[in-house]
Structure formats: structure tokens, C-alpha cells
Design a protein around this ligand. Structure first.
Ligand SMILES: *Cc1c(COP(=O)(O)O)cnc(C)c1O
Length: 337
């Protein structure tokens, strides 16, 4: 395999194998590994007409002692069950999800980037309604798939701080689907992200759609802040996606770094009082934010546009240390494939 692991970006590469299971007559079949990367569906499949689909994202890592591990796949399995329920789709069982993840990573083991390369194997489980549906109702047949692709950093420039802007668009459909990991929320964010990029910003910092005063998250990552007295705070909201990376970082801050943490409502007006800001997610890992631009008004965090803040760096080093096997993990966080 001829891959320049160190210069990989965050993108799709067609790897050798994927996992497929079909739901029909009220049950999931036993599932299998296939080489076929294409999905052929009826023109009226529910996923095309009514966007009945949800997904997950996690990673496999090669550790210092050359094992291949996944980070908290049980959490992704549980969250996908919640997403499926909200979209009237049949949940894919947690134990089968974890088995399928292991199977597809094993089948593509040569695609897991080497330890220390900076790249990892991204794992994408997803599910969609497959049978034709004209009237507005859920499908009765579904497909669950998992593909994998080696990826590098989500934001070009690696550890360089990024700039967010406060957009006039809402991220999620306003009828309470913001906590669901589904293409529907991403579809509604595409215009905002293209517009942000056209204006030179890396991402959008979305506000709550009800009052537009509180910080929610970005398109595909949650946000954490560090106060001047080193407390790690993150927005409390039931219209944002419950990031597994964020929940893990809050635990790391408390138990590994001895920092105070708090999940609370965070108002846009208090942004200038924070010392550090970063985006967190499986893809973003922990990406420092140097600046937020709110309709011409610049809020610059003291850590600046060149350096990574001190607490952000410690959180990053500890989390990635746990993921790559350099630091002992809490019980159940690391699953060998
Ligand atoms: C996936 C996702 C995140 C990050 O969640 P992780 O579990 O940490 O990967 C954050 N926000 C949105 C909207 C997402 O879809």
C-alpha cells in the first residue's frame, strides 16, 4: 500500500471491505462483509425523499505496541440507537454494532495508519430507509453499513488555531432534532459552511435557535472553553449533539488533570471572558479556536492565533495518549479489535 500517511487530509478513500446488514420483515439479517462500495436503491427509497438516515463516526488507532484499538465504540452504538429511534428507524443492537465495527476494521487492517503517523482510521456506520415510500411515513426496510477510511487532521494546518464566525443561520432544523446525528442537520448547515468559507472563516459558531443568545456548537463539533481560573466549561443544551469526545474530555479534565468542570448555559456575551476555546469531536479531536467574529466584532482569545492554549494542549495530550495507548485508560474506554 502506497500511502503518504503524514500528509493525509480528512477525506474519503475507498478501502477494501465494508459491512452490510439489511432489515426486512421486522428483523436485521445476520450481516456480512462485502467488497461492493456501491448502494443501488429504488428511486423512491425513503432516504432519498424524506432523508430517513442517521450515522456515527469513530476511529481505530494503532498503539505504540502495534495493537489496533477503538475508542468507546459502545457509546457510538448507544447514540446511534437514540438517533434511530428519533427518526423512526429500527435500532441496530449495541453488541452487533461493536462486533461489526471490529469485523470491518479487521478486514481492512492494512489501512490502519501506523503509530505516530498522525493519521487514524475513521469508521463510518450509517443506516437508511431503502424501500419506496410516497406518503410521509417511515420505511419498512433498512440497510445498516459501515465503511472505513484512513484520515488525517480535520482542519488544514494541523494544530494552528482556527477562526469561527457567528452566522445568521441555525444549524439544526428548529423542531428539536439538534441532538440527532443525522444528515438532515448537516444538509441544513451546508449553506452556512459554504458561506463561512467564502468569507474566510473556518467554521460557524451556532447559537440556540430559540433566543439566539446562547452558544451551541459548530457544524460537526462541540465547543469547550477554559476560564481564567482554569475551569473547563461546555454548553449545556439539549439541541446539540452529545459528543463522546467532549464527555471524555470533561472526565479527563477532572480525573487526570484535577481541573474543575462545568456544563452550563453559555451566553455569547460572555465569550470575551474565556482564556481558551477549542472544538472537540472524533474528526476535530481538539482543535484550538483563536478568534470568534460576531458580525464584525472580533473576540480574540488570549491564547491567540499562533499557539495552542496551555489547558487545551494538556487535554489534547492526555486524550490522544489514552487513545494511542501511552496513558492508562479508564475501564472500558479502549476496545481491541
Ligand atoms: C459527530 C458530531 C459531533 C462530535 O461528536 P463525537 O462523538 O465527539 O465525535 C459534534 N457535533 C455534531 C453535530 C456531530 O455530528
Amino acid at each position: 500500500m502506497d500511502i503518504d500517511w503524514k500528509n493525509l487530509g480528512f477525506g474519503y478513500t475507498k478501502t477494501d471491505y465494508r459491512y452490510v446488514s439489511n432489515f426486512k420483515d421486522g428483523m436485521w439479517d445476520k450481516g456480512s462483509i462485502t467488497e461492493d462500495a456501491n448502494v443501488v436503491l429504488n428511486e423512491c427509497a425513503c432516504v432519498f425523499q424524506y432523508a430517513q438516515t442517521c450515522f456515527e463516526g469513530l476511529k481505530a488507532y494503532r498503539t505504540a505496541d502495534n495493537k489496533v484499538v477503538c475508542f468507546r465504540p459502545d457509546m457510538n452504538a448507544k447514540r446511534m440507537i437514540e438517533s434511530a429511534k428519533r427518526l423512526e428507524m429500527p435500532p441496530f443492537p449495541e453488541d452487533r454494532f461493536i462486533e461489526a465495527v471490529k469485523k470491518v476494521v479487521k478486514a481492512n487492517i492494512d489501512w490502519v495508519p501506523p503509530y505516530g503517523s498522525g493519521a487514524t482510521l475513521y469508521i463510518r456506520p450509517y443506516m437508511f430507509g431503502t424501500n419506496p415510500v410516497m406518503g410521509v411515513k417511515p420505511a419498512t426496510e433498512y440497510q445498516f453499513r459501515i465503511f472505513v477510511a484512513p484520515v488525517g487532521p480535520y482542519f488544514k494546518g494541523g494544530a494552528k488555531p482556527i477562526t469561527l464566525r457567528v452566522p445568521d443561520f441555525d444549524r439544526a432544523a428548529p423542531h428539536g432534532t439538534g441532538h440527532v446525528k443525522a444528515g438532515l442537520n448537516y444538509a441544513m448547515s451546508l449553506h452556512a459552511i459554504v458561506d463561512a468559507h467564502n468569507q474566510g472563516y473556518d467554521e460557524n459558531m451556532y447559537l440556540d435557535s430559540a433566543t439566539r443568545t446562547k452558544v451551541e456548537e459548530t457544524g460537526g463539533a462541540n465547543i469547550i472553553f477554559v476560564t481564567k481560573d482554569n475551569k473547563v466549561v461546555t454548553p449545556k443544551s439539549n439541541t446539540i449533539l452529545p459528543s463522546i469526545t467532549r464527555r471524555s474530555l470533561m472526565y479527563v479534565a477532572q480525573k487526570y488533570l484535577g481541573l474543575e468542570t462545568e456544563e452550563r448555559e453559555i451566553y455569547k456575551e460572555e465569550l470575551a471572558e474565556f482564556k481558551e476555546c477549542a472544538l472537540c469531536g472524533t474528526a476535530a479531536v481538539l482543535s484550538p479556536v483563536g478568534k470568534v467574529v460576531d458580525h464584525g466584532k472580533e473576540i480574540c482569545f488570549p491564547s491567540g492565533m499562533e499557539k495552542v492554549g496551555e489547558i487545551t494542549q494538556k487535554l489534547y495530550d492526555t486524550l490522544t495518549g489514552i487513545q494511542m495507548g501511552r496513558i492508562e485508560a479508564p475501564e472500558g474506554w479502549i476496545v481491541e479489535v
